[in-house]
Design a binder for this molecule. Structure first.
Ligand code: SF4
Length: 286
């Protein structure tokens, strides 16, 4: 080989389907120009996805396809998918491709009483793409759920919220200082969005990640339970999600400062006790 020849790396098209969201994915959209990113975000004609995964039984009713979007403006200390924080880590996909991919699962999802769940990252960082994908799913008769930290709910009009059958609303804490320390952000917009959803009679599952020593303040949990109960029967259930360490390797690979190395998952008994706090106020838990 002469010195003027260059070695070409084989171009491998990343698969949109992943075995699980715990696959580390970086830089898959790095070649998209800034102008194209801006246009994509403004129109929703192009979005950035970490992946689609299939077979979820926890992200809404039935068996579901989950579309994992990239980009999040929060920095939760327990985040298990920090590779989804950065938009350009995702695969750039046209809305047509994203919808066609979903189309493949349409019949199966209906038979299994499932649907599409849009998760992330924070899906509403790509709110135009989210609306188009959810509307596309609805047009196919597919049940839709949005898993969100709730802080950007104001980006969706009441009309657009009609494309969402269920909101999986993460309430990560209560005390404003502790919430800010945990996520880097305020809780007020989350609660405001929850109240708005309740007014619109939108079905919700409230999600709470239980980390012993970090999110298990008894008063905070009592206040979250009281708040969830005050929203009424639109809160169909509360999911108490036990902290785990499956995302730790991503923090390490991305050279991020992970503060929870020494934290342990809660015991079954601890999870049961927290569930009981919610159940005591008439909320269904799991
Ligand atoms: S809101 Fe979700 S994706 Fe964003 S940092 Fe928190 S846990 Fe991670």
């Amino acid at each position: 080989m002469s010195s003027t020849e260059t070695v070409k790396k084989p171009h491998v098209e990343p698969s949109l389907i992943a075995q699980s969201p715990f696959e580390l994915r970086v830089d898959l959209g790095r070649d998209v120009s800034e102008t194209d990113v801006r246009t994509g975000l403004a129109t929703g004609d192009v979005g950035f996805l970490h992946s689609y995964t299939t077979g979820s039984t926890v992200d809404g009713p039935g068996v579901r396809v989950v579309a994992w979007t990239t980009c999040c403006h929060w920095r939760c200390q327990y985040c298990h998918n920090p590779d989804t924080w950065t938009l350009s880590n995702g695969i750039p996909v046209t809305i047509t491709r994203a919808t066609e991919e979903l189309q493949k699962y349409r019949n199966g999802l209906k038979i299994m009483g499932g649907g599409l769940t849009l998760s992330g990252g924070e899906p509403l960082m790509q709110d135009r793409f989210a609306v188009k994908l959810l509307a596309g799913a609805h047009a196919m008769g597919i049940h839709t759920a949005l898993d969100t930290n709730g802080s950007l709910g104001a980006r969706l009009s009441d009309e657009e919220l009609k494309h969402i059958d269920l909101v999986l609303l993460d309430i990560k804490g209560w005390d404003p200082d502790r919430h800010r320390k945990l996520t880097g952000n305020d809780i007020a917009p989350v609660l405001e969005f929850a109240r708005r959803l309740a007014k619109l009679n939108k079905a919700m599952w409230v999600r709470f990640v239980l980390v012993p020593g970090l999110t298990d303040n008894a008063d905070d949990i009592a206040q979250i339970a009281k708040f969830a109960a005050s929203l009424g029967s639109v809160v169909e259930r509360v999911q108490v999600l036990p902290f785990h360490q499956m995302g730790r390797y991503k923090w390490k690979s991305l050279k991020l400062d992970y503060k929870l190395n020494d934290f342990q998952p809660p015991s079954i008994e601890t999870v049961r006790n927290v569930c009981a706090q919610f159940s005591a106020l008439g909320l269904r838990t799991e």
